[in-house]
Design a protein around this ligand. Structure first.
Ligand code: ZN
Length: 573
């Protein structure tokens, strides 16, 4: 009896195991079937999607390229129309819900498909916003921009432009005059501040439609950036730059006070030779690099530099529009027209330092676009994030300060290099340091403003300026000085991307110096070093958006984005 019972249990146990195995196999088979079925459906979706957007995106970039090069109204009208057509596709809610269903299913597992889906999900999320509010916001923003463009500072009874204001701030040595110009220039704040607060609240309402606490969190998330991680990076950057900045600021203050014949404790915002103290006050520290290019050819230098790096740019140069012309756009910009290799740089070359570093910058963007792996799906043939291409541009533009660049590319003698390069490097260091503290103010101000637009923003602004830039607020001042910075209207929650570009550039430089070129030179230009070109193509350009920016940075440098390398570069040597 006992023996039989044992046998019975064994049979039951065996049966249970068999059933369990069959169930697991069945489940896995079912899951596998669902995965391949859903991935198949998503592939079909992609075909339709690409048939809608690929050519339209191409036509839209081409139209904008033509418009800024011709300056003609009809070209701008065509560009605006195509932009609206494109927006209408991305504002399709049904498409968003399709993408959401794919995402929620958990059955899109192929890494390239999953990455495309994640990117499209963020792109289409804005379709959830109330269309009427979005339209109102657009017209409100246009009106505000108009007010900025037409505002003129009064000076000695006449109207002057912002460029003229900057000119006076840079050259006048009279504190009373400086204060008067600075104060009058800030009057735009009173003209726009209440409308900006209205706009901020409307942006927040759009963000809430999409399920975000406020617009700052929404804007970061839609740009694939986690708000908590961003806070953390800016906190780390603060720690990494605080001591170096305090020291540099002390030296700058001493020099400025001497120039103006006042005490350090009497320095006020109008003494920093720039409306926001975003850069080195040119009156206390400048270096004449223009003379290095006066009789040179900055385009030829750019071509030779990249060629020797193993990254020839002749086809890019041929496709580009590089010289000044009537009615043409006056700045520099790079277009990836079709993600198939039609890449064009727009510039207005003059043989000076500005255009030297701007060409290195723009062709850095162009190469990043050109070298994206053409086997990647269309959606992923873009940089991992807007700031990763900025990092490459910054990495290359900084070469103009390198002693190696001066020696090998500009063929300067050792003596000539020794005479100018210490100042050039110090100038670049101070600029980066000062800019980083200014971005702290912008980042933290916008974050806090969107969190609570009803707080005392006038006070918040000056609290942050005093804390991060160490610039003392004018006594008793209670005015919307924060509202004078047009970026808050035009390109909200964008400033941090400039800074992230610098941070990744520094991290890449550290990685390349340590692992690719093994150099002791603190500021190499990598001139003629094809290993550097190969590394950048393989590890940064080719992957396009195959990986998230976090993964790209970790794969290309062995660690997560770390502000410490920027911090090390801005410490005085
Ligand atoms: Zn750029």
């Amino acid at each position: 009896m006992k023996k039989n019972k044992n046998k019975f249990f064994k049979i039951v146990l065996f049966a249970i195991i068999v059933i369990a195995i069959v169930a697991v196999i069945g489940f896995l088979g079912f899951k596998q079937m669902k995965i391949s079925q859903t991935e198949g459906e998503y592939r079909s979706f992609l075909k339709v999607y690409e048939s809608q957007v690929v050519n339209l995106e191409k036509d839209t970039s081409l139209a904008y390229y033509n418009a800024i090069n011709s300056g003609r109204d009809e070209d701008f009208a065509k560009s605006t129309k195509l932009n609206l057509d494109l927006n209408n596709i991305y504002l399709n809610r049904d498409t968003f819900y399709k993408l959401k269903a794919f995402k929620d299913s958990g059955y899109i597992q192929d890494p390239l498909l999953k990455r495309q889906l994640d990117m499209q999900y963020l792109k289409f999320m804005t379709s959830l916003a109330d269309k009427k509010t979005v339209d109102e916001l657009t017209s409100m923003q246009n009106d505000l921009e108009q007010k900025f463009y037409t505002f003129r500072t009064k000076y000695n009874g006449k109207s002057i432009s912002d460029n003229e204001v900057e000119g006076i701030l840079k050259t006048s040595k009279n504190s009373k005059q400086l204060k008067a110009v600075w104060e009058d220039n800030k009057k735009i704040g009173n003209v726009v501040s209440s409308d900006i607060i209205k706009m901020v609240k409307m942006r927040n309402s759009v963000a809430r439609d999409l399920g975000f606490a406020d617009y700052q969190k929404m804007a970061l998330t839609l740009n694939d950036q986690d708000p908590v991680e961003m806070d953390h990076i800016f906190d780390e950057l603060d720690v990494a730059t605080k001591d170096a900045y305090t020291q540099a600021k002390g030296e700058i203050d001493t020099a400025l006070a001497k120039q103006y014949g006042i005490k350090v404790s009497d320095l006020r915002p109008w003494h920093y030779q720039n409306r926001y103290f975003q850069e080195v006050p040119p009156g206390i520290f400048s270096v004449d690099l223009d003379s290095l290019y006066k009789n040179g050819d900055v385009l030829a230098l750019t071509e030779i530099y990249y060629k020797n790096l193993g990254l020839p740019i002749d086809t890019l140069v041929k496709a580009s529009d590089l010289y000044e012309r009537a009615n043409k756009y006056q700045h520099a910009i790079t277009f990836d027209i079709d993600r198939e290799g039609d890449i064009r740089v727009v510039a207005n070359i003059v043989n000076n330092n500005y255009w030297m570093h701007t060409l290195l910058h723009e062709f850095g963007h162009a190469l990043y676009a050109q070298k994206a792996d053409r086997q990647l799906p269309w959606e992923l043939r873009v940089p991992a994030n807007i700031f990763t291409t900025e990092a490459i541009a910054v990495l290359f533009q900084d070469m103009v300060y390198s002693p190696q660049w001066m020696k090998e590319d500009l063929k300067m003698s050792d003596k000539e290099v020794a005479a100018i390069s210490p100042d050039a490097l110090e100038y670049n260091r101070l600029n980066a340091l000062i800019f980083s503290r200014w971005t702290q103010v912008m980042y933290r101000f916008e974050k806090s403003m969107y969190e609570n637009p009803d707080q005392d923003l006038n006070k918040l602004w000056w609290d942050l300026v005093e804390k991060y830039q160490l610039v003392q607020r004018p006594e008793g001042r209670n005015a919307p000085d924060w509202a004078t910075k047009i970026h808050i209207v035009e390109t909200p929650i964008y400033y941090h991307n400039y800074m992230l570009g610098y941070l990744y550039a520094s991290q890449l430089r550290h990685y390349i110096n340590t692992n690719i070129v093994n150099t002791n030179d603190g500021h190499p230009s990598y001139s003629g070093n094809q290993k550097v070109g190969d590394y950048l193509v393989k590890e940064v350009f080719a992957p396009g958006a195959r990986y998230s920016w976090e993964d790209l940075i970790e794969k290309s440098t062995g660690e997560k984005l770390n502000p410490i390398y920027f911090g090390q570069e801005v410490v005085k040597q």
